[in-house]
Write a protein of this length. Structure first.
Length: 367
């Protein structure tokens, strides 16, 4: 297993050696993070896709990206293994050191293992039920489980898959979305406390550096929605458990030119005032990574996106997202050499200054 984790010195060295304009790295939590990251969600659970993902991760890192996102359930554990292989090969070849790369993964969904020839529920029974990891009632109708025993098991599997001693950021994956149909909001919040206690313990054990929540709805919907979660209250909970130096420092949610709620919707309450999610995150010191920058390709269709910045559609989409105040990086799912080459062109283009971004938003919202 590769030891270490992302550090201030390591990530700064990566940024300097990348030859990328320094404005395309964000300084957050004393780390220099590229303002575009690579995601690894889609693809078949087969060896051919493994090779594509490993190659894409290596190509992305070599193109100046040091933010890599995955999850244990992506391609039934094979995504993590593909990412781990890419990092190991680059480290072993002397291309990078572990401290230069910021890696996030996610736990919470119940997953099988595509490399183990067992049907889904047979795998669950053998690996989780019979070993006492989960018991009856732990798994929701949304195939989600957030008990400390299950999440502890999943973290150890993620570390093994990635061949790492420490993961920089572990997200609890779609907790509200995966649980709220089966339990009350009160019970959900009690369960969330147990998860935060577990992750603070895992920080102390050196298995993770930070934790957070990767979400779909809960931070974007209105306060009267059953799935709504207050970011302010969530951070307050983390402070009660971990103190001022708690590890809850990041969230992930959808944001793009179609899903604009994080920027334009005042869906959060901060100090009793309706506030956008991104503004709330900035004021609370929370880093935001964003998912589905292209709406899984739909925004790249002819006419789907307004013209601006004189850029091709994919770069236009990334430029808009990464220029929004509060966004650390959009996470781009890319596997082919051609797509990686096209998308990483954005690293050669400076991010929009804030005043230009504000003008762009006014122009786009006035149409």
């Amino acid at each position: 297993m590769i030891s270490g984790f992302a550090t201030s010195e390591g990530t700064q060295k990566f940024a300097k050696n990348s030859g990328i304009n320094p404005v395309n790295f964000n300084d957050f939590q004393n780390l220099s993070l590229s303002n575009v990251g690579i995601g690894t969600y889609l693809g078949d659970a087969d060896n051919k896709t493994d090779e594509l993902v490993t190659s894409a991760v290596k190509q992305s890192i070599n193109s100046g990206i040091n933010v890599i996102d995955t999850a244990i359930n992506y391609r039934s554990q094979k995504a993590e293994r593909s990412v781990g292989k890419a990092i190991s090969e680059l480290v072993n070849d002397g291309k990078i050191t572990r401290d230069q790369i910021f890696l996030s993964s996610k736990n919470g969904y119940v997953t099988n293992d595509a490399d183990v020839p067992l049907a889904f529920w047979e795998y669950v029974k053998k690996e989780y039920t019979e070993k006492g990891v989960v018991k009856e009632g732990d798994i929701t109708s949304g195939y989600h489980c957030m008990t400390p025993s299950y999440l502890s098991d999943q973290l150890d599997r993620s570390l093994k898959n990635l061949d790492l001693e420490c993961i920089d950021l572990m997200y609890l994956h779609n907790a509200v979305e995966g649980q709220i149909k089966d339990i009350s909001k009160e019970q959900l919040l009690e369960n969330l406390k147990l998860v935060f206690e577990l992750y603070e313990q895992k920080r102390n054990e050196g298995k993770i550096k930070f934790y957070g929540m990767a979400t779909w709805e809960c931070f974007r919907v209105s306060t009267d929605d059953p799935q709504y979660l207050s970011l302010e209250d969530t951070i307050g909970m983390a402070k009660k458990i971990g103190g001022e130096n708690h590890g809850f420092r990041f969230i992930q949610l959808p944001f793009n030119l179609a899903y604009d709620q994080a920027l334009l919707g005042k869906t959060q309450m901060l100090g009793g005032q309706p506030t956008s999610l991104l503004e709330t995150a900035v004021k609370l010191g929370i880093g935001v990574f964003t998912s589905v920058p292209f709406m899984q390709g739909r925004l790249l269709s002819p006419g789907a996106m307004p013209d601006f910045c004189d850029l091709k559609p994919s770069l236009r989409a990334l430029q808009f997202i990464r220029s929004a105040p509060g966004v650390l990086a959009p996470l781009v799912g890319q596997k082919s050499i051609e797509h990686v080459s096209e998308n990483t062109e954005i690293m050669k283009i400076p991010v929009l200054p804030n005043d230009e971004f504000v003008k762009l938003v006014k122009t786009l919202t006035s149409k």
